[in-house]
Design a protein around this ligand. Structure first.
Ligand code: DAH
Length: 339
């Protein structure tokens, strides 16, 4: 029996050394030491031994068991380390390899102009406010003194969702929302998208951008409006730019005007950009109509205000001498990378 035990140990150690992965080691452990294992089988025969032999063989069997157990643990550890080593070698990262370059985007010309515009007006103490693009007719038209028969409300010009809800055609709706919410003094600008039922061409798009401005306080005059527009135009286009105001009509301002600025390409001599005029239309503006103030619960005997609305596409096109509005929407990188 002693011989048998010696053999089992010898063979076991050889097999353990030959096991090439952790799973084989674990299987071996079951086979060698488990309930149905060879060692257990021998221990079961101990009953046949004499009283002197039994403790000797018993001790030997325990020693063999311990040797095998220790060796299995050793081999297991060894294989685990080999495995880790192999994995580390395979996953090695060469930190000296050059990285992948990230393409960096740039700002869109419309956003460049808008950011400048925001900076200019923030510098003059204005806040920036927002309003919904899906809007009620009362904010886009009625409360702006633009009643049922007005051509701006025509189905031809306007995307209606229901009789009373539409895609706003102008950011002027935000004037009303602001005055209903805030008591004077008010000084806000509100940039955003507007929608008109226009076909796409070099100067039209059914979606474009405007920025609205509104100031309401005691003693506001047309002089304040002129000064503000002049400051804005000079900051945007340089101090040489000249401004002129032409009388115009808007239902929500009285008096109303359109402001032109001298063509910044030719300086007013006349060129292709200004179509020989020397002047380029910049924005619509005026003194807020007393009825509009009343509609918003502001007393026109105490307060007055001015408002203006400017098209951002036009600002960007003039600024960068872009002759086709479609370029602003096509996302052509050859175009966009120029800014
Ligand atoms: N809402 C006008 C438009 O879309 C622009 C405008 C004109 C806005 C005069 C105003 C204003 O606030 O006072 O063409």
């Amino acid at each position: 029996m002693k011989e048998q035990l010696d053999n089992i140990q010898k063979q076991a150690l050889a097999e353990i050394q030959n096991a090439s992965d952790i799973k084989s080691v674990d299987d071996l452990k079951i086979r060698l030491l488990g309930k149905k294992g060879e060692l257990t089988a021998i221990l079961k025969q101990m009953g046949k031994l004499s009283a002197e032999e039994r403790p000797v063989i018993g001790q030997l069997a325990n020693e063999v068991r311990q040797v095998i157990e220790t060796d299995i643990a050793r081999r297991r550890e060894q294989l685990k380390n080999l495995d880790t080593e192999r994995r580390l070698k395979k996953e090695v990262i060469d930190v000296t390899l050059p990285g992948k370059r990230m393409e960096q985007g740039g700002r869109h010309p419309l956003n460049i102009v808008l950011d400048e515009l925001k900076e200019i007006f923030k510098g003059m103490g204005y806040s920036i406010v927002d309003g919904p693009e899906v809007e009620e007719t009362k904010y886009v038209f009625d409360m702006l003194n633009t009643d049922e028969g007005h051509p701006a409300r025509d189905m031809q010009d306007t995307f209606y969702i229901t009789d009373k809800i539409l895609l706003r055609t102008q950011t002027s709706s935000v004037q009303i929302r602001t005055m209903l919410k805030t008591a004077p003094p008010i000084a806000v600008i509100s940039p955003g998208k507007v929608y008109r039922n226009d076909s796409v061409d070099a100067t039209h798009s059914p979606i474009f951008h405007q920025c609205e401005g509104l100031v309401v306080d005691k003693g506001i005059t047309f002089g304040d409006l002129k000064g503000t527009i002049e400051t804005f135009a000079k900051r945007l286009y340089g101090s040489d730019v000249k401004i002129r105001f032409r009388p115009h009509h808007f239902p929500y301002t009285e008096p109303s005007a359109e402001a032109d600025f001298s063509c910044f390409k030719c300086g007013g001599k006349g060129c292709s950009l200004c179509k020989g005029e020397g002047w380029i239309e910049l924005l619509g503006c005026g003194i807020v109509h007393p009825q509009v103030l009343l509609n918003c619960g502001i007393d026109p005997e105490v307060y007055s205000g001015f408002a203006f609305g400017v098209g951002l596409e036009r600002l960007a096109m003039m600024r960068y001498a872009i002759d086709d509005m479609r370029l602003l929407y096509e996302n052509d990188l050859r175009f966009l990378k120029q800014f």
